[in-house]
Design a protein around this ligand. Structure first.
Ligand SMILES: *Cc1c(COP(=O)(O)O)cnc(C)c1O
Length: 394
């Protein structure tokens, strides 16, 4: 089947939510490389949007998935599931949470976290506490409620009326945050580094202020770690980079290194919000997804990938800065989450030229590139990327 045949079928039968996609179809991957249906090789500096942190088809993940497929893919949550119990333990032992619930995506994890916070206060006899304070330019997913939580109008316009109870305030504005919290608030929900809108980190001071504000009001701090989690920011979880502990945090993207799985992670007190019957899922936490995540997470931890993300992040940043290019106005990064901001609206052009040269990256808005390489990249991978970027920008 040629690429043209595939595009034809897509045009005819697929719901057009992704618009004009990049004209390529990948057939296989290995490490940081992808190969398209004609055999052309690409270097992946976007990781399927922060998913394939261990690169494509990591042997440990492939092996775990293949072995589990042969044994059991699915069984209902009416029964005990070994991999689910082991994965929940692994997440709790390596984070500040005490309990975990598994989902199939990031949006589902955030939706569940929002339900958990609301259910908690309702059970405490405070049903008026159902409001959330979120940040402008945030991204929390595409379900109706997580789109409502998202601080970008473009994702909500077709869907009004939205879920009630969501307020948005500008990032790193402590006064605005304090003013937005009132007796009806049940939680502050935020990303430590806003990924989708272009790598905008909150400051340590702001994170600590948010934590103190939540403590003062007896409400929850929910951190969306769907993109930042599992090592990308230089720590296993991004909340560690700003020195705070959330009451609830969510995971997805890199958790299964490409196999769909998400998680709602909560401290013991917050986890009390869910009692038997309050929440559920058919597929979430199935033996196969948990096998993929067990292999991914254990490899990330054993191979000290967060430290590598930190080191390679520094190396990549130094390299780009070393180019001394006039067209770049700002580089933003936390670990291996990068945005390169240009003075002119050339981002789409640069992205396309990089694609022609075999590099996959993203863009955000007209002026910025977004780069999310696998955490396994080496200095020579970075050198190759930066050389190519330099050529394109010249
Ligand atoms: C990608 C993302 C989501 C949504 O995850 P899906 O798996 O696409 O539902 C939520 N929050 C953040 C911060 C994300 O980056």
């Amino acid at each position: 089947m040629t690429l043209e045949n595939i595009i034809e079928l897509d045009k005819k039968y697929y719901m057009n939510t992704f618009g004009g996609r990049t004209k390529v179809c990948f057939e296989r991957g290995e490490g940081i490389y992808l190969y398209d249906v004609s055999g052309k090789k690409y270097v992946d500096f976007f990781s399927g949007i922060a998913v394939n942190s261990l690169g494509h088809c990591h042997p440990k993940v492939v092996n775990a998935v293949c072995e589990q497929v042969k044994k059991l893919m699915h069984c209902s949550n009416l029964y005990y599931i070994k991999n689910q119990a082991l994965l929940a333990q692994m997440i709790c032992k390596n984070s500040v949470c005490d309990r975990v619930f598994f989902t199939n995506s990031g949006a589902e994890a955030n939706e569940g976290a929002i339900k958990l916070a609301r259910a908690y206060f309702k059970k405490k006899g405070m049903p008026q506490k159902y409001e959330f304070v979120c940040l402008d330019k945030s991204f929390h997913g595409r379900t109706l409620t997580t789109a409502t939580a998202t601080g970008q109008d473009k994702y909500k316009e077709p869907y009004t009326p939205l879920t009630p109870g969501f307020k948005h305030v500008p990032i790193n504005d402590m006064e605005a945050l304090e003013n937005a919290v009132n007796e009806n608030t049940c939680a502050i929900l935020l990303e430590v580094v806003q990924g989708e809108s272009g790598v905008h980190p909150i400051t340590k001071e702001y994170a600590q202020f948010a934590r103190e504000l939540c403590d003062k009001h007896g409400i929850f701090l929910i951190i969306d770690e769907v993109q930042t989690g599992i090592g990308r920011t230089g720590k296993l979880f991004a909340y560690e980079t700003v020195g705070i502990e959330p009451d609830i945090f969510t995971l997805a993207k890199a958790l299964g290194n490409g196999f769909p799985i998400g998680a709602i992670c909560a401290k013991e007190e917050a986890a009390k919000g869910f009692q038997p019957g309050d929440h559920g899922t058919t597929f979430g936490g199935n033996p196969l997804a948990c096998a993929a995540a067990l292999a991914s997470l254990s490899t990330i931890i054993e191979e000290d990938m967060p430290r590598k993300a930190e080191e390679m992040g520094k190396y990549l940043r130094d390299k780009i800065e070393g180019l001394n290019l006039d067209c770049i106005s700002e580089i933003r990064n936390v670990g291996l989450m990068f945005a390169i901001e240009f003075k002119e609206p050339i981002a789409a052009d640069v992205k396309n030229k990089m694609f022609e040269k075999g590099y996959l990256i993203g863009s955000v808005g007209a002026n910025a590139l977004r780069i999310l390489p696998p955490l396994i990249i080496t200095e020579s991978d970075v050198d190759g990327f930066v050389d190519t970027l330099y050529n394109v920008l010249n």
